[in-house]
Design a protein around this ligand. Structure first.
Ligand code: ASP
Ligand code: MG
Length: 436
């Protein structure tokens, strides 16, 4: 069994959906995970924002625009009058449902139901198209097997048990279609795996059925060795280890959601990043194999805040770090990077919701300085201590860039540096020029 996930742009129009159909027809049995058509989740959130403010006219306006877009796509997608009619009926039903939220109380529960409609619509439309062209496909409702627990972590035992049962009940199909992103929570309510979570769905399904391979199809030919928006002539990285891919996804490579790597790694299932625009291209293969003797890629994470705590009390003291970390823990704020000396510690965060409180609490322990608009640049590859010379090359490339923090040795495949946002593009270009 193979799992194939197609993102929002890959199913962004009737024409693109037809291309996806060509890619999934034939070969071994597969589970196909779809995102909502591109832009839809954003529109559904916009609708919800109007409804929170009790502005049903505003919501109605966005709903009408979105519905019209779907009506047009339905007319382009199906060939026969019969399927056009069925498609339009399906769209009307979904949109009548969305409209039914307009004059009632609106809370986070209703929002999650509205936001789930994007994936329900794309998969319903696509499965109907497969029926029209005579494919033996079947829709598996994600809300019947995908679940998160009380800590918002996937309930892997539940997912495996229920997905297996659902596949058995619906055995004998060549293609199973399901929704990315959406799930139920521990209370059985409709919920989701956070923005961009369809990759996570694919990986959780791959792990649950012990798939041979998880394929993530987007509109770029794999993970590039630097950010193509800022650096010319970047190239796809052919092979990455799970750990390297996790670092790159977390530190800025937009092509893959960071949570997606772990379920695949734990079950040793290769993940392939492929391009719907160029399906023959090799893309990127993420597996347990560690390539040696090379720097794989560079990524940058924006909107980083650095917090520097200087304290004489740190000198020769034990327990100081614990007290500092406990403050971040108490505000549920993850730390990205740390760098220490005997009299100070620097920490970066990207979630600044509780920044003022954190800084206030840290002042008990020392002098606190905050630098906003920082960027973490992360250089990933085979950087074990035996691979001499890479660190020197990295810093040589960055000799014109003021560096605020350095982290090396936390893992054997990552050097991270913190620079001002205004120095980011220059630094990315310099690194590419030196390292590739
Ligand atoms: N449709 C969701 C989003 O836009 C999930 C996804 O596309 O992965 O965030
Ligand atoms: Mg995505």
């Amino acid at each position: 069994m193979k799992v194939m996930k197609f993102g929002g742009t890959s199913v962004g129009s009737a024409a693109r959906m037809k291309e996806v159909a060509k890619l999934i027809i034939g070969g071994e049995q597969k589970i196909v995970v779809l995102s909502a058509m591109s832009g839809t989740t954003n529109s559904l959130i916009e609708i919800s924002n109007y409804l929170y403010k009790k502005n049903s006219d505003g919501a109605g306006e966005v709903i009408r625009r979105l519905e019209q877009k779907y009506v047009d796509e339905v007319n382009n997608l199906y060939a026969s009058e019969e399927f056009k009619k069925r498609g339009l009926e399906f769209i009307r039903e979904r949109f009548d449902y969305i409209k039914s939220f307009c004059n009632n109380i609106f809370t986070i529960f209703e929002e999650k139901v509205i936001v789930s409609q994007g994936e329900l619509i794309s998969t319903g439309m696509f499965n109907l198209y497969l029926q029209e062209i005579g494919e033996n496909s079947c829709l598996l409702p994600a809300l019947d097997f995908m679940r998160i627990d009380k800590n918002n972590e996937p309930d892997t035992a539940y997912i495996r048990e229920n997905l297996t049962a659902l596949l058995e009940k619906n055995s004998g199909h060549d293609i199973y279609i399901t929704q990315g992103f959406i799930c139920r929570n521990a209370f059985g309510e409709v919920d989701n795996l956070q923005r961009g979570g369809s990759d996570y769905t694919a990986s959780l399904i791959g792990a649950a059925v012990l798939a041979d391979e998880i394929q993530i199809w987007t509109d770029i030919d794999g993970m590039h060795n630097n950010d193509p928006r800022f650096v010319d002539n970047t190239k796809p990285v052919k092979d990455l280890s799970f750990d390297e891919a996790a670092e790159l996804a977390y530190f800025g490579a937009k092509i893959l959601h960071p949570t997606c790597v772990l379920p695949a790694k734990v079950n040793n299932i290769p993940v392939r990043l492929l391009n719907t625009m160029d399906p023959k291209a090799y893309g990127t293969l993420i597996s347990s194999k560690q390539c040696t003797g090379r720097i794989a890629a560079i990524a940058a994470k924006d909107n980083i805040t650095a917090i520097r705590i200087k304290s004489g009390r740190m000198l020769l003291a034990y327990g100081f770090m614990r007290k500092v970390f406990e403050i971040f823990e108490s505000y549920k704020t993850p730390i990205d990077m740390i760098s220490t000396s005997e009299v100070g510690v620097s920490i970066t965060i990207d979630n600044t919701r509780h920044l003022d409180d954190i800084v206030d609490d840290l002042k008990k322990f020392g002098t606190v300085e905050v630098d906003k608009d920082q960027v973490i640049i992360c250089i990933v590859g085979d950087l074990v201590a035996e691979s001499k010379g890479y660190a020197a090359q990295v810093f040589d490339a960055l000799k014109e860039t003021p560096i605020h923090m350095i982290s090396y040795g936390g893992s054997s495949h990552n050097i991270s540096v913190v620079v001002d946002a205004s120095d980011k593009i220059e630094a990315l270009r310099a690194l590419s020029a030196k390292l590739f």
